[in-house]
Design a protein around this ligand. Structure first.
Ligand code: GLY
Length: 387
């Protein structure tokens, strides 16, 4: 259960983002053209397997965040624009990639941000095609987008990717795409989100009949446990679904996931890697789940009709960010190459355990930039006497 401390200060967030910029600069100078997934003993480049190919958008995504930030702090905007384009462009062929369920991760972090910055219609075409490609994973019988592992498998993580299908539908007016995204989200809601707001990682279906058979997990402790990152993918993903549809069922689901997170996480807001892992193992936290939760809560707090609950989510996000900034960055560990320490990729395969992970760094910076932008606009409104 979260216990609140004083609110985060802007100085700490600004300093942390400045540190993040230095780490990414160092990464691209040391390993030009390299797209990392997780560190090994704090080093990005190593021979460890990726398991699946889903992280390439996060490095350019960080650069787009720094570029956007530079318009407010007068930083190295031109530099980050050039680098972000250089690292985004090689992802273009992935718009046709049918091997992964992760096209949302890849393109919403990179091409979507690029399109927001330039409004070049060619970039939008790439986003639309990527959304169409992702929609081809839809299994009619079971009403879900299949995971990369097999046709009978549905992952909670896919909720972070359906936004790309909603986007493609909105941009083209293709209702069929929207329908696929909605049906996937409803199936996930029905079978992977439990009554208490916790989530299962994976659902297994009978491919012949489409019948749901059982829960399973790849990265969580057990089929019946709640893997913390999966929960935060759901918190964030159902919130995005609500943004596109305004269907109250999705807001309700996002809130239930957020409430489970906030009532089960550690007092500092950083969760164990799995909420039901055995006591010793539960001491290991996953900072990447905390970063995703903070970012998801910052989005969700603005959608809630109840301002008191909105403020609770906003303060909780700031509380998590303050603790990540104060206790979990690599600022005092010079050789460490990542931004956020204490991320966990895949415990069972021993990949990226207690390391920096690319998505952790990305969602951490996304949340910091978002929080700073909104505190700034709130202050400006106050200064103009509008609040
Ligand atoms: N594959 C997404 C994750 O590891 O969370």
């Amino acid at each position: 259960m979260i216990q609140f401390g004083p609110e985060i200060d802007r100085g700490l967030m600004e300093e942390t983002l400045a540190f993040a910029e230095r780490q990414v600069t160092r990464l691209i100078e040391k390993y030009p053209g390299y797209y990392p997934v997780y560190t090994k003993d704090g080093k990005w480049k190593h021979e460890g397997p990726a398991w699946t190919h889903w992280c390439d958008g996060f490095l350019p995504g960080l650069m787009w965040i720094f570029h956007r930030r530079s318009s407010e702090n007068g930083g190295r905007g031109a530099f980050w624009m050039e680098k972000a384009v250089e690292y985004s462009r090689p992802l273009e062929p992935r718009q046709f990639d049918r091997d992964v369920h992760d096209l949302g991760f890849i393109f919403l972090s990179s091409y979507y941000r690029w399109y927001q910055a330039s409004r070049d219609p060619k970039l939008n075409e790439v986003l639309i095609q990527a959304g169409r490609t992702l929609s081809q994973r839809f299994v009619e019988k079971g009403q879900y987008l299949r995971s990369f592992v097999s046709e009978d498998s549905l992952f909670i993580d896919i909720m972070m990717n359906v936004g790309l299908i909603f986007y493609a539908s909105r941009e083209t007016g293709d209702r069929r795409l929207r329908d696929i995204a909605i049906r996937h989200a409803l199936t996930t809601r029905r079978y992977l989100v439990r009554g208490d707001g916790s989530t299962a990682h994976e659902g297994i279906f009978d491919v012949k009949t489409g019948e749901f058979l059982r829960h399973s997990t790849q990265q969580g402790w057990r089929a019946d446990s709640c893997w913390s990152r999966g929960l935060t993918w759901a918190l964030y993903g159902f919130g995005s679904c609500y943004e596109y549809t305004r269907d109250p069922r999705f807001l309700d689901t996002a809130e239930r996931c957020a409430d489970y997170y906030l009532t089960h996480t550690n007092a500092d807001g950083i969760p164990p890697w799995d909420f039901q892992a055995p006591e010793d193992s539960r001491k290991m936290v996953d900072t990447s789940a905390a970063a995703i939760a903070a970012s998801g809560l910052l989005r969700l707090c603005r959608m809630l009709p109840d301002p008191v609950k909105g403020f609770y989510y906003w303060s909780s996000a700031l509380h998590i960010l303050r603790n990540l900034c104060e206790k979990h960055t690599a600022r005092d560990d010079e050789p460490w190459e990542g931004i956020l320490k204490g991320g966990v990729y895949h415990v069972h395969r021993n990949l990226g355990v207690n390391e920096s992970v690319m998505w952790g760094d990305y969602f951490f910076c996304e949340a910091l930039e978002n929080a700073l932008r909104h505190t700034l606009s709130n202050q400006a409104r106050k200064a103009n006497g509008r609040v």
